[in-house]
Design a protein around this ligand. Structure first.
Ligand code: IPE
Ligand code: IPE
Ligand code: MG
Length: 257
């Protein structure tokens, strides 16, 4: 009996799972979920229909990552640049975390998943903030997987807020300039305590990082797929992991013998 037998893998997924060297699988996967609007346009549906479907994908991928024993899954739900979109779309996007947690908090609890937020959540509507703070509390002691939602997140604002807090503490004499090295700095980022993502996946064929986790992805492997986020399934995740573990990560050094 294979470890995946309880997860209803199809023949293709089984094949991928058997080919993956799981000891080389990424501990932290970060995903830029893109292509909801184009998915909807392709079907003559309003953009928000794409976002709605996108939430179903989130649900599936959270579960899949948990089953595959991923330690941290970060998803980019709303960027600091997404405020430029029309008001109605911004409103819809910012309500999604609330709706998601309404429907899925129980499943996070059942699956021993701990919620985490990266980004300035204070800017979210009150309802969403309450749902988030409740979910953070209730999942705080879970240790099966960390599900990190990047909401109102930007890589540059993240670095700037860290620099500002460090400067403040230095001015107050709480820290010395010599304390400020890379590990120290990383502890002021919104991902403090999380390992850096080894694998970044972006759907929809766009080849850019759009201000996502800039510091944290310094040495991440990037994986781009043309699949739109609402169409992204467990098999695509397995494909990305398979691709990732075939790569030679050299970190500027030479190949190990
Ligand atoms: C990604 O889909 C969802 C978010 C940015 C929150 P888009 O809305 O960017 O979809 P496209 O890129 O217009 O297809
Ligand atoms: C990146 O997607 C932001 C999120 C997935 C939340 P966008 O669709 O907003 O990015 P651009 O506009 O293509 O850079
Ligand atoms: Mg997009």
């Amino acid at each position: 009996m294979a470890w995946y037998d309880k997860y209803n893998f199809n023949a293709y997924e089984k094949d991928l799972a058997d080919s993956i060297q799981w000891e080389k699988a990424p501990a932290h996967i970060a995903i830029i979920m893109d292509g909801n609007g184009r998915w909807a346009a392709q079907r003559d549906l309003p953009r928000i229909e794409g976002h709605r479907q996108g939430v179903d994908t989130v649900r599936d991928i959270v579960k899949a990552c948990r089953h595959l024993e991923v330690e941290v899954l970060t998803i980019y739900a709303f960027s600091t640049e997404n405020w430029k979109r029309p008001k109605w779309e911004v409103k819809f996007l910012l309500e999604l975390p609330y709706k998601y947690l309404q429907e899925d908090l129980q499943s996070l609890l059942d699956n021993n998943i701990k919620l985490r937020i990266s980004g300035e959540a204070e800017a979210l509507p009150a309802k969403a903030r309450e749902a988030i703070s409740n979910a953070l509390d209730r999942t705080a002691n879970n240790n099966g997987m960390i599900f990190n939602m990047a909401i109102n997140y930007g890589g540059r604002p993240d670095i700037v807020q860290a620099a500002r807090r460090i400067a403040f503490e230095a001015r107050e004499g709480q820290i010395k300039l010599e304390d400020i090295e890379e590990k120290f700095f990383a502890n002021y980022l919104q991902t403090a305590g999380l390992p850096d993502p080894e694998l970044v996946i972006r759907t929809s064929g766009e080849l850019r990082v759009s201000n996502f986790l800039l510091w944290q992805i310094a040495y991440a492997e990037l994986y781009f797929t043309p699949v739109y986020w609402p169409d992204f399934k467990r098999m695509h995740l397995l494909e990305a992991i398979y691709d990732y573990q075939t790569r030679r990560r050299r970190y500027g050094g030479l190949e190990e013998e």
